[in-house]
Design a protein around this ligand. Structure first.
Ligand SMILES: Nc1ncnc2c1ncn2[C@@H]1O[C@H](COP(=O)(O)OP(=O)(O)OP(=O)(O)O)[C@@H](O)[C@H]1O
Length: 411
């Protein structure tokens, strides 16, 4: 049994490091004279974020992600309930002890004119240095480690206000790491990062959680990456509820789709990706050449060219308004006649030797007309023209295009 005040077990054994726990937490804002008027954004939140885990906070705009993170960081008081870190109530921690335990990267821009990236990272040591603020050799080593951990050693001597948004973001993560916290909170840290840097940051946060036993809670709008990398998701719904679970569980439960599906976007639980949802004009079917590849040891392996080609064709057809079906009759048919040479990305002509001669790569049919087309771009343009023609015919007869439910896109 742990002492509620200190979190230390009464028997003197090593403290149990349970990470972050929200118990009936309510967050929001106080306004009016003496803060008597309150605006509750989220209430009754119960969840944990274990040490060693990457917990990703997801929710639509305005759901309360920043409000929750700011409350966990102590920048605004809870309106109710409590938050503990390793069993210790955060309200019992003064600012200095709190700063030693919780590192954060928020969306606010920090004004640090004339400081180098290394100086800024060194600010993270502030909670650990004595009253003089003098840094020891260990402090300097931690600063160097933090810069290296985010792959920003080459930025150390640069002035922070001369860095790009992405470079700056990495430095701010390093500053939080330099605090050597047990809880790391990040509010949309990948907002300014390019795709490879986002993947690298997610991998870094996972590694830090694992290797240093940190509880990491990160909010993001990058759902697809979050669902691939998170150990746990805290999902804020439009109803103000927080549902915690593994990405797979929340995907299969339909919770992710319930929060994020919209008129324009649909969450596909099979691929855990979002696809645009244009009006459906009819059904389409794709056929591919028989895949050639089998593994050298004789075991059958899926031919990666087949998946790439099918995916590219599916996206092109869906964008034009066709609901692609796996089998059965369809209004529009696209048959690829060959794979691109050498398994290169499918972005141009298809056929033996790259189809340099310009011969047909696809045979396409719709509404009784058959066409031979050379490239995927040709197929996309043709599918779009067919969709426009169908929509125009439907408008003339007053029938309207097939509904989404009819077309099967909104399964
Ligand atoms: N200072 C404030 N006073 C009162 N209400 C606020 C304040 N700041 C934010 N809010 C409101 O709190 C709610 C939650 O906002 P919050 O910024 O936490 O959402 P979010 O999930 O982080 O949104 P986003 O994804 O758009 O960044 C919103 O309705 C917002 O208008």
């Amino acid at each position: 049994m742990a002492s509620p005040k200190t979190g230390q077990p009464a028997d003197g054994s090593a403290p149990r490091l349970e990470g972050l726990r929200l118990e009936g937490l309510a967050v929001g804002y106080r306004a009016g004279r003496a803060g008597r008027r309150t605006r509750t954004v989220l209430a009754g939140l119960d969840a944990t974020a274990a040490r060693g885990d990457l917990t990703v906070l997801l929710g639509p705009n305005g759901a309360g992600k920043s409000t929750l993170l700011r409350t966990l960081l102590g920048l605004q008081p809870p309106l109710g309930g409590r938050v503990t870190l390793d069993g210790v109530d955060l309200r019992s921690l003064g600012p200095a002890r709190r700063a030693r335990r919780i590192g954060a990267v928020l969306t606010e821009r920090v004004d640090v004119a004339m400081m180098t990236a290394r100086d800024v990272v060194a600010l993270g040591r502030h909670p650990h240095t004595g009253p003089t603020g003098a840094r020891t050799a260990r402090d300097e080593a931690v600063v160097s480690w933090a810069l290296a951990a985010v792959d920003a050693e080459h930025l150390a001597a640069r002035a922070l206000d001369e860095l790009s948004d992405g470079e700056r973001q990495r430095v701010m993560v390093a500053r939080a790491l330099a605090q050597e916290p047990s809880l790391l909170l990040l509010d949309e840290p990948s907002a300014f990062l390019d795709a490879p840097s986002r993947v690298a940051l997610a991998a870094l946060l996972r590694r830090l959680a694992r290797e240093r036993g940190l509880a990491v809670v990160v909010s993001t709008h990058d759902l697809e990456l979050a669902l691939r990398t998170a150990d746990q998701v805290w999902l804020l719904g439009r109803d103000g509820a927080l549902r915690a679970g593994s990405p797979e569980q929340l995907t299969l439960d339909g919770r992710i789709a319930a929060v994020f599906d919209g008129d324009e976007l649909r969450f596909d639980p099979a691929s855990a990706t979002f696809t645009p949802r244009p009006p459906v004009v009819g059904t389409a079917r794709i056929s591919l050449p028989t895949p050639a590849a089998t593994a050298a040891d004789g075991r059958d392996e899926p031919d990666p060219r087949a998946a790439a080609l099918r995916g590219a064709l599916e996206r092109a057809l869906a964008r034009a308004g066709w609901a692609v079906r796996a089998a059965g009759p369809a209004d529009l048919e696209v048959a690829a006649l060959a794979y691109p040479a050498g398994g290169r990305p499918v972005d141009g002509r298809v056929g033996p030797g790259g189809n340099a001669g310009g011969e047909a790569g696809f045979r396409c049919a719709a509404d009784g007309v058959t066409r031979a087309l050379a490239t995927i771009a040709d197929v996309a343009a043709w599918a779009r023209a067919q969709a426009d023609a169908r929509a125009a015919r439907a408008a003339q007869t007053g029938a309207g295009p097939a509904s989404r439910a009819d077309g099967g896109a909104r399964s």
